[in-house]
Design a protein around this ligand. Structure first.
Ligand code: KIV
Length: 287
């Protein structure tokens, strides 16, 4: 017999780490899927609790991207990202949000081996983070894995076009789909991923005509990054759009100069420490 009180209700769609007076229901995967062709979907990357808290009210989805390789860990590319990194940052972002659906990237090497390997690692990410779904990079070759996961209760976001985990094959991050053959192959990738059951597909770094064709062909929402304003939604790396880095890809719009803001604040602090004008009376304890 259960000893739980009968009045206890579990609300798994809101974060208990962030109780609010009026908890908002989290956006669910089916509700995101229903946005195909409707109101554009807003997605940004998030890696930390505070970042998630600040982005959550404005976003439909928060992506715990493996771009944390470069943004958080100073790695040259995403190949070195581990399951531990994704699990810890994923859990932090879930704790910092209560409205957006949180999606966690599966790191390179955690899903390509077999559908079973992908299931074990995806299940671990969902259990340890509380996220709604995982994202995997790849097209036709990954379709059986995407089908395997979705049929076993794991929602999957696809990612086609420029797939940064394949940097060692691609040789860089140049725009994809310039030849007719490559363009056709990317469209086929997206269609295969959608038919396998992906609830949404990121299209990265392709000629606009390809993004438009895919968006018209697949029945799930497409999320563009360096793709087209006609996608069903957009994503950017948050630190790029906030102006944290000097060098960003052509497709990034900087909405702020956060590096400049931080530089100015830290310079003021350093000047005041060196001139002994900080701390002032207001900031120190007197007996
Ligand atoms: O890792 C990431 O941040 C991503 C987005 C750029 C789509 O995959």
């Amino acid at each position: 017999m259960s000893t739980l009180p009968k009045t206890l209700t579990f609300d798994t769609s809101t974060s208990r780490a962030n109780p609010t007076p009026q908890p908002m229901k989290r956006l669910t995967v089916p509700r995101i899927r229903q946005r195909k062709g409707g109101e554009p979907i807003v997605m940004l990357t998030a890696y930390t609790v505070r970042q998630a808290q600040l982005l959550d009210p404005h976003c439909d989805m928060l992506l715990v991207g493996d771009s944390l390789a470069q943004v958080i860990y100073g790695l040259p590319h995403t190949v070195g990202v581990t399951m531990e990194m994704m699990a810890l940052h994923g859990a932090a972002v879930v704790r910092g949000s209560y409205h957006a659906a949180v999606i966690v990237d599966m790191p390179f090497g955690s899903y390509e081996g077999s559908p079973e390997q992908a299931f074990d690692n995806a299940a671990r990410l969902l259990k340890e983070t509380g996220a709604a779904a995982v994202k995997v990079e790849g097209g036709k070759v990954l379709a059986p894995t995407i089908e395997f996961l979705t049929q076993r209760g794991i929602p999957v976001m696809g990612h086609v076009g420029l797939t940064p985990q394949a940097v060692n094959i691609l040789g860089g991050y140049g725009v994809r789909g310039k030849s007719e053959e490559e363009a056709r192959s990317i469209v086929e990738d997206a269609v295969a991923v959608a038919q396998a059951g992906a609830f949404s597909i990121v299209i990265e770094g392709v000629l606009e005509s390809i993004a438009i064709e895919i968006t018209g062909k697949v029945d799930c929402p497409t999320i563009g990054i360096g793709a087209s304003a006609q996608c069903d939604g957009q994503v950017l790396v948050t630190d790029d759009m906030l102006g944290m880095f000097e060098r960003v890809p052509k497709f990034v719009k900087r909405y702020q100069d956060m590096a400049g803001v931080i530089n100015g604040a830290v310079k003021d602090y350093a000047d005041e420490v060196r001139s002994r004008s900080f701390p002032t009376e207001d900031q120190i304890y007197q007996g």
